[in-house]
Design a protein around this ligand. Structure first.
Ligand SMILES: [Fe+2]
Ligand SMILES: [Fe+2]
Length: 344
């Protein structure tokens, strides 16, 4: 028999907390594992989509530009999503959040890399000269100059979002922050699903369908966190959520509904007009952008779901007159952006 050293009963020094790697996996809510397994089964690879078909698609130069422009704007949101969820994931491990929730967030991060890849593939294929990115080309025509200018300005605001996100992390508890994601995920599920039906270009039909499936899983995770967190909130945190719902609506409207210059968005004169021209070109090229009234309708339906959820827990839903929803008056306060958290 091997003789063991007698030192096995000397305990290590106290384990420092918090540390970033919990070494336990207590059984959590089954839904979290169900969503984790679903994410594995629904994994998709943007590289396998028929991007080649864009080369020969019957589109005018303006239509190609319009679609390239739209994916440039989407990229401002989707290129921010990997760091947003990566940051969240590290914080979750530090907080020793439920294992199933940590796992789901890792799949959300993976999904967001796919969404970013879609923006890369679409914008670089369709912007004139196949540039490396939406800010790396030289516009020549008036419409190209307008597109380039708009993307530069929208990107400026994307940088301001990150500042606010980091500030919010220092100020609010983790579960509160993640409940703010609910509205973005629900809206994105609906809007991308509708776009997949409306698009006449196969590559985008498939892309939007895959994205809407991902977003629907994200929405279910956000809803789980919301329902777990809402019953114990003090009024101050309920108020934060109300403000986040309003701020998130204004922030995400740029891409999913329509831009609202002045409320968060710092945009130059003429932005809106150029945006509408380019978006109309993208729509006529077959991207699948819904007419404004249908976008409004989709938002209203999605937000009604969120409204019902938050009100059940005594959280006021903000007024969104832009899509015909009444609610708490939540004036926009320019406080250096206290932190707009939602992305999708
Ligand atoms: Fe999402
Ligand atoms: Fe996404």
């Amino acid at each position: 028999m091997v003789e063991l050293p007698s030192s096995v009963d000397i305990p290590p020094p106290p384990i420092l907390q918090p540390n970033v790697f919990p070494l336990d996996w207590p059984p959590g809510n089954p839904l979290t594992y169900e969503l984790f397994e679903l994410a594995k089964r629904e994994a998709w690879d943007p590289a396998r989509l028929p991007w080649d078909t864009l080369r020969d698609a019957k589109m005018s130069a303006e239509e190609r530009l319009g679609i390239g422009y739209w994916f440039s704007l989407l990229g401002i949101f989707d290129a921010a999503a990997p760091p947003v969820f990566a940051h969240a994931l590290v914080e979750m491990y530090k907080a020793h959040e439920e294992d199933g929730v940590r796992k789901c967030f890792s799949t959300i991060l993976r999904d967001e890399l796919n969404h970013e890849e879609v923006c890369r593939r679409a914008s670089t294929a369709l912007l004139p000269g196949n540039p490396w990115g939406p800010l790396r080309w030289t516009p020549k025509t008036a419409l190209e100059k307008a597109a380039f200018h708009n993307v530069q300005w929208a990107y400026h605001n994307g940088g301001r979002y990150w500042d606010g996100y980091e500030k919010a992390f220092k100020k609010y508890r983790l579960p509160i922050l993640f409940t703010s994601f609910l509205m973005g995920e629900v809206a994105a599920t609906t809007l991308f699903h509708e776009m997949s039906k409306a698009s006449t270009l196969t590559v985008f039909k498939e892309t939007f369908l895959a994205i809407s499936r991902d977003e629907s899983r994200h929405a279910r995770m956000a809803l789980y966190l919301a329902k777990r967190t809402f019953p114990t909130l003090p009024q101050e945190e309920k108020d934060f959520i109300t403000r986040q719902l309003r701020a998130g609506f204004i922030f995400l409207s740029m891409i999913l509904f329509k831009p609202f210059p002045g409320q968060f968005w710092e945009l130059p004169e003429g932005f809106l007009e150029n945006h509408e021209l380019l978006q109309a070109a993208a729509a006529s090229g077959g991207l699948g952008i819904l007419p404004l009234a249908e976008r409004e309708d989709a938002w209203r339906k999605a937000m009604l779901r969120v409204k019902k959820t938050v009100e059940e827990f005594g959280i006021a839903f903000p007024a969104m007159p832009e899509v015909g929803l009444s609610g708490a008056d939540t004036p926009f306060v320019d406080d250096g952006i206290e932190g707009i958290v939602p992305v999708f």
